[in-house]
Design a protein around this ligand. Structure first.
Ligand SMILES: Nc1ncnc2c1ncn2[C@@H]1O[C@H](COP(=O)(O)OP(=O)(O)O)[C@@H](O)[C@H]1O
Ligand SMILES: [Mg+2]
Length: 377
């Protein structure tokens, strides 16, 4: 999706891809295949590039420092990016900045996790500080008997890869108060190296099992004043951390309306995919403009409401085969990623822009249901 935004801007992307069949490698001509944790591969790749950016955050911080020290324009830079890579660093910094967070603590053992839960109240959430995504590395801990699991997984397949542990042995468990949220929200900003920044409208997001399923923008029922405060908060975080590119701030809204930060991402984010069809300038374009240090584009929505629904791999192995039915609704915008369909894997998304929340949401859900191989009822 970054390539789709790069072409009309005349930007030439070069890609270091994990494999030749990844969706990014299918989109970017001449993609190089290499290991993003291998210093030699990354340093050689970066030679001669005007700037380096990412579509995930798992490149080791030390390696990025090396690139930055060697004069490569790494955007966002390692000192900012660490707050999207390391949930302990993120909590520490946000707390120091006075940004509202759930109650949290780094815990070194099941006993410390249990002690935290006795203070904060059961259940609690435990997360690996590094290497998680799509809910991998997040546990709900209901009772002392569950307190071992996160620590066991640090060494297991759900934890960071061996290469990541080697590159950074500082993976810890972060305990958090369980926030019984009314809903999750997300706010994206784009920021240039000199500080110019823009904020997107706040989205309501729905995650199931740690995976984003749907977003609605602007978030229904959020007053303009509260939305503006969240945008200001995100702009403030981007500025304090020196972010370049997109910063996504994932939020949880408590039942009393108070909003706390869940985590940060520094890249075009799933909760901003709506902006491809639903905003004057997509998050991908603004990410690239920011990374290139060019003026940023308008973030205004193009419709009263935009709903994005992810397509997760399921019963339907033939996404393209179901398109005639899906496209029969002319409002539906389909984005397939060219990935092999595997259960639960994000293989695309659909977007519908509309004037009315209920019918717009229904149209987006109908389209993703069809693409996932369910009949819409
Ligand atoms: N403290 C918390 N209280 C309640 N739910 C949480 C908490 N932290 C995370 N979650 C839930 O778990 C999901 C994944 O957590 P997150 O830290 O965003 O992990 P990931 O890096 O996998 O996205 C969140 O979107 C939210 O639904
Ligand atoms: Mg998350």
């Amino acid at each position: 999706m970054m390539q789709e935004a790069a072409l009309p801007l005349g930007l030439r992307l070069r890609l270091l891809a994990e494999g030749p069949e990844t969706s990014a490698a299918l989109a970017v001509p001449g993609a190089e295949v290499g290991d993003f944790t291998d210093p030699d591969a990354v340093v050689a790749f970066a030679a001669g590039l005007d700037a380096v950016t990412f579509d995930h955050e798992h490149v080791p911080t030390e390696l990025l420092r090396r690139l930055a020290d060697a004069g490569v324009a790494v955007r966002p830079g390692p000192e900012a990016l660490v707050h999207a890579q390391d949930k302990a660093a993120m909590r520490e910094r946000l707390t120091a900045l006075g940004v509202p967070c759930p109650r949290w603590r780094v815990v070194a053992s099941p006993a410390e996790l249990t002690a935290f839960a006795e203070e904060a109240g059961w259940p609690v959430i435990a997360k690996t500080s590094r290497g998680g995504y799509d809910g991998k590395g997040v546990w709900k801990v209901d009772a002392p008997a569950d307190a071992d699991a996160p620590f066991a997984a640090l060494a297991g397949p759900q934890g960071p890869t061996e290469a990541q542990r080697e590159a950074d042995p500082s993976v810890v468990i972060v305990a958090e108060e369980f926030v019984d949220f009314a809903r999750e929200l997300s706010v994206l900003v784009a920021r240039r190296p000199g500080g110019e920044a823009v904020a997107y409208p706040v989205s309501e997001t729905v995650q199931r099992d740690g995976i984003c399923h749907e977003t609605t923008t602007p978030a229904p029922g959020l007053s303009p004043a509260r939305a503006a405060r969240l945008q200001e908060m995100a702009l403030g975080v981007a500025d304090a951390l020196g972010v370049v590119g997109i910063l996504a701030v994932e939020l949880m809204e408590r039942r009393d309306g108070e909003v706390v930060v869940n985590e940060l991402a520094m890249r075009p984010h799933n909760t901003g995919h709506w902006s491809i069809d639903g905003a004057v300038t997509s998050q991908f374009e603004n990410h690239l403009r920011a990374v290139a240090d060019w003026p940023l584009g308008a973030t205004d929505p193009v419709a009263p409401v935009t709903v994005m629904s992810n397509i997760l791999g399921g019963a339907n192995g033939d996404l393209v085969g179901s398109l005639p039915q899906v496209l029969a609704d002319p409002r539906v915008r389909v984005h397939l990623y060219g990935k092999a369909v595997k259960p639960g894997r994000k293989v695309g998304h659909v977007t519908v822009c509309g004037t009315d929340l209920a019918t717009t949401r229904d149209a987006a859900r109908a389209a993703s249901d069809l693409l996932e191989g369910r009949t819409h009822g």
